[in-house]
Design a protein around this ligand. Sequence first.
Ligand code: PLI
Length: 460
Amino acid sequence: MNRKYMAEPYRIKMVEPIRETTKEERITLLKNAGYNPFSLKSDDVYIDLLTDSGTGAMSQDQWAAMMIGDEAYAGSRSFYRLESVVKNITGYEYFIPVHQGRGAEKVFLPQLVTKPGMYYISNIHFDTTRAHVELAGARALDCVVPDCYDIEHWHDFKGNMCLECLENTILEKGKDNICGVIMTITNNSAGGQPVSMENMRETKKICDKYGIKMIIDGARYAENSFFIKEREKGYQDKDIVDIARETFSYADAFLMSAKKDGLVNMGGVIAIKNDRELFDKCRTYVVPYEGFPTYGGLNGRDMDALAVGLMEALDIRYLTHRIDQVRYLGDRLHEAGVPIQYPVGGHAVFVDCKAFAPHIPYDQFPALSVTNAIYIEAGVRAVEIGSLLLGRDPDTLKNRESKMELMRLTIPRRLYTYNHLDVVADAVIHVYEHRHELKGYQFDYESKILRHFTSTFKPI
Ligand code: PLI
């Protein structure tokens, strides 16, 4: 039987109760949190769609693998098991574990910054990636395709790199001033939108032409591979793992927050295709920042859980259900007329808050306003991905205006059911019907780096 949305390809054998609060309680809780959902206690959240990072459910095989974790400081069996999986999937020679994605960024990105005034170019830098580029003394430039901003209309690969923008930027800044090109797959800030294999290939050609390294920020590479299989000509009959391998073949290095498509609660990866010198530099820096190169901030048991999780995330039945859940929520909102990034991406539904609350200007953070309203309505926690997250220009210190003001409803892996997603959809639709009542926010306290995490606000 063909179902529109695939049912869970698993049974639930352990449950975690979740608490429901009243609307009155939530009004107070949000006020006490400085109107910043990051400051809410998770116990005060009914359905937590803040992030899909480290929030998924592990499988019985992962829990079992943890029992064989070998907690040696140097050269543990767990390390070698994980290394062999990473090498098998990527086809790369070198691997270093790290505690999470930003650990990989902190160790790796400064290695390619060789002088002042350099740039990384990405389809869109994720926020921590941008922060680490800037902390390393370089600047982050984004070159996503214009389709990305055509929110209402279907484009198969809205996450793609704009090749013209990429080449023009290299020529304008000078190839010797480009540290590297970072391809974020899927493109989180564009709405979890996929990047096509063709785009990977063409981007690599441009990188090779100018002698620039290409790096994959592959937190969600398995989901990206799924979209390539679904949408790109010639890939329908290929296995997901082969699509992933071809993807990696077009890059020189792979940085991963394994908290997403690694299906673990903590972990990260640096993998380098064949540049021994770069590997040695990263190995040197991983020691003071993360830990010895055979554990990089992880327990042996974490590495074993990741070794299993990486393979589970490439399973087509797992991926079909995963993407169907996101599609289900997207379809419910789309059918009700709520403006969303369409089609939905791999890990979240991104609500277009510029269209949702056009009366709130960018520097009063329309997506924060919608996010706070759905928390009050139903105890659902989402996250702002817009001008608040983009932060200030590091040189002029002016508020940067994001091209899109999005609220991300991020779906953790294997955690919630379709019924939970109905609660979310009903809340968002309710707030949409009362959208004219929404108000903007101003800072009460603004933190200097990655301000969206710890700042506090006042309603205007
Ligand atoms: O949260 P980390 O440090 O494990 O990973 C940082 C990171 C790097 N790249 C990309 C594309 C990410 O999405 C990412 C983290 N994302 C988070 C936390 C999110 O909520 O989307």
